[in-house]
Design a protein around this ligand. Sequence first.
Ligand SMILES: [Zn+2]
Length: 114
Amino acid sequence: MDAAHLLDARARVLADLTARNLAGPVAVSALEDAISERGWWVDQWPAGVQYVAGLIAQDVQDALFADVGRWPVCEHCPAEAPVHSLFISPDLGGPDPVWVCEESGTEIAPLGGL
Ligand SMILES: [Zn+2]
């Protein structure tokens, strides 16, 4: 396993959770679970390493949606717009994952840059 990629993915997702004040025990536990699962996955398929950071972000996003709510919420659109999320583009998780507004399609920030 290429631990550096997983550490980088962990740091980037944690930074974006922290940026939205969501880096609590539930989110960190979801992040650790995702890293462990994707670490196994990338062991099986080393070429998948370019997708792993975006996939971990998507895993955490899915896990939080049930327990905590939307992450990350779009702060780019006008306040009167309905609350909506950002999603990872490309949908495969990489390479070079960025957060995109699901309503406007605007690229907001690279993963880790919220
Ligand atoms: Zn938006």
